[in-house]
Design a protein. Structure first.
Length: 179
């Protein structure tokens, strides 16, 4: 099964980010947008995991001790660059706390998974398949503003992701509350 650990976002944040997806649209580029219900912040992608490893993962994550914290969506961008936009994302303010939570999760899962050396704090909104009109597409991207909205992070989740022709479907396996 395909697993990841993520922070689920409050409804108002998902609504705001979904509005950004709609504002960009698909007129000047073909983009596979993240479904509004599934917008999240990934803490660690575990990949394909054998079923018999699930209980060990759940137990290891139960030992993560971390205090609730506030964070906010703050900036908007894409990578790798303007010549080739592959991913459209939203960044976070107060990302230090997210890095610290990520590190704590890495520590608890250390005997089960390799460390993720390329972790970056962001929310993926969409993956660009191809660009129809580069100049107009970049104009739209550069005009987007993200409302700096703050919210509490009071937990994280272990989520199963099933790929299908209609896109990924997510299933909550376990939610872990922060202190």
């Amino acid at each position: 099964m395909r697993l990841f650990i993520g922070i689920e976002l409050p409804k108002n944040i998902k609504e705001h980010l979904y509005g950004v997806e709609k504002e960009i649209g698909n007129e000047f580029a073909k983009i596979k947008w993240v479904n509004k219900k599934q917008i999240h912040l990934t803490l660690k992608f575990l990949g394909e995991v054998e079923e018999d490893k699930l209980d060990l993962i759940k137990e290891a994550l139960s030992y993560v001790k971390f205090k609730k914290f506030r964070i906010s969506v703050s900036n908007f961008g894409w990578y790798p660059n303007e010549d080739r936009v592959n991913v459209i994302w939203v960044g976070m303010e107060n990302e230090k706390e997210v890095f610290n939570l990520h590190s704590e999760i890495e520590l608890k899962l250390g005997s089960l998974f390799e460390k993720d050396g390329r972790f970056s704090v962001h929310i993926t909104l969409g993956r660009v398949k191809f660009v129809k009109n580069k100049e107009k597409f970049l104009d739209i991207l550069k005009s987007i503003g993200i409302k700096n909205e703050e919210f509490w992070v009071d937990g994280f989740s272990l989520i199963k992701s099933e790929l299908s022709k209609d896109g990924s479907k997510y299933f909550l396996i376990e939610k872990y509350d922060l202190e």
